[in-house]
Design a protein around this ligand. Structure first.
Ligand SMILES: C[S@@+](CC[C@H](N)C(=O)[O-])C[C@H]1O[C@@H](n2cnc3c(N)ncnc32)[C@H](O)[C@@H]1O
Length: 394
């Protein structure tokens, strides 16, 4: 491991990390490298209290790997300042009593500053975390038929359980800090919630971590599943979670922090995203479902992909990619930082792509819109529901 040369503010930052590790107020440090969007590397060191000893878990967004490290201050500091992490452009140290930021501006000038503690009182207990990320003994899972009376996952629902567990891991990684540091009730909507597996799990997760009882709503056109969800919800005492029978209202916004739309059919995904944008959603998690809108159009006009279009299966696959990339570009054009990820193994569902993002003023909205228009022109389609739904904002 080579010794990197630190600038003055980086040295101040690592000194503060050392103090926090030494006086045992350390909770987490996140380093963010240069680059844009998905290319931006993040490396995190999280304190975890195991049953017999303290550990630090090292993880990055480059892969799903996590490494547990012994709590050795010198070794940890050496790793934090290694080539894997430096050069970083921003970093946040969270301690029990304050947050400490390192930030570089566009010209590379660095500064450090203190801020309010975002993780005050947050427990880093290993077992507790493991349990609430997805604890199979939670009563709502029994009500939904995923687990037995003894809290054991029923074999035929194992895929569903994995899907829910992965989903909760993703939201924990992406919004855990927001959830635990927000000083007001967090609002969440799940559009096309179906039987509400993820609505229940996300609500339960937020309720466990948030400072206030969340307010969550699941919406679906199927009356029978809504009735079932409401009876399970009141049975397990989730007073902030309700289910409403109805269509996704793309033009009727309500302020919402977190929007979920998983496998809402075809253009219902675009209605859900439009609703979210108009509702000023801060975070969204969306797994598109079957989609027909673009596939039909690819057969119509002249297209650079004509030879692919002649094979219906390949045309559909290509249309899926185009549809989702267009969604990502349109959402970026509307001020969201967007990423794609695979949220569960293909063997559990073939529709395992998730589009997730958050409001971020620094995205290049104009470029994303130009890229969208170019893609539309070159692919030869005329309509995309998300564009139609939000044309007045673009
Ligand atoms: C494939 S299911 C997914 C359910 C759930 N999100 C999940 O991941 O388990 C799609 C759901 O979306 C609902 N849906 C489709 N279009 C809708 C719309 N326009 N408004 C409300 N719900 C809709 C369907 O009734 C169905 O329950």
């Amino acid at each position: 491991m080579t010794e990197p040369v630190l600038n003055k503010e980086q040295a101040v930052f690592f000194n503060t990390c050392r103090q926090a590790l030494n006086d045992e107020t350390f909770k987490r440090v996140v380093f963010t490298g240069p680059g844009k969007g998905n290319d931006k590397v993040q490396v995190r060191f999280d304190l975890v209290l195991g049953e017999t000893k303290k550990l630090v878990v090292l993880s990055t967004n480059r892969n799903q790997d996590k490494r547990s490290l012994d709590f050795d201050v010198d070794v940890l500091l050496k790793l934090m300042s290694s080539d894997d992490v430096v050069p970083f452009r921003a970093a946040v140290l969270s301690t029990e009593t304050f947050d400490f930021h390192y930030a570089e501006n566009r010209k590379g000038h660095a500064r450090t500053y203190r801020a309010k503690p975002s993780m005050k009182g947050v427990e880093n207990n290993h077992n507790r975390q493991k349990n609430y990320v997805l604890d199979p003994t939670r009563p709502y899972l029994r009500g939904l038929g995923v687990t037995s009376q003894k809290g054991v996952v029923i074999k035929k629902h194992y895929g569903k359980f994995r899907q829910i567990a992965n989903f909760i891991e993703i939201i924990d990684r992406d919004i855990g800090e927001f959830v635990s540091s927000t000083d007001r009730p967090i609002t969440m909507t799940d559009l096309g919630c179906g039987k509400g597996y993820l609505t229940f799990a996300a609500y339960d997760y937020i309720r466990e971590r948030a400072k206030h009882q969340p307010q969550a709503t699941g919406i679906d056109i199927k009356a029978n599943v809504i009735d079932l969800c409401n009876s399970i919800s009141s049975g397990v005492g989730f007073s902030g979670l309700r289910f409403i029978n109805g269509r996704i209202q793309k033009d009727k916004p309500i302020e919402v922090d977190i929007l979920i739309a998983l496998h809402a059919c075809d253009t219902a995904t675009d209605d859900a995203l439009a609703h979210g944008v108009r509702s000023h959603m801060k975070y969204f998690f969306c797994a598109p479902c079957c989609q027909a809108e673009i596939a039909v159009q690819l057969t119509e006009g002249a297209s650079v992909f004509q030879s692919i279009n002649n094979f219906p299966l390949m045309r559909r696959r290509q249309a899926d990619v185009i549809t989702d990339v267009c969604r990502a570009l349109l959402l970026t054009a509307l001020g969201y930082r967007v990423k794609f990820l695979e949220f569960t193994a293909l063997e559990h569902t073939s529709k395992n792509v998730m589009l997730a993002g958050y409001l971020d003023e620094s995205v290049d909205r104009r470029k994303a819109h130009t890229d969208y228009l170019q893609l539309k022109r070159e692919c030869g389609f005329k309509r995309h529901s998300l564009e139609n739904n939000l044309s007045d904002l673009l």
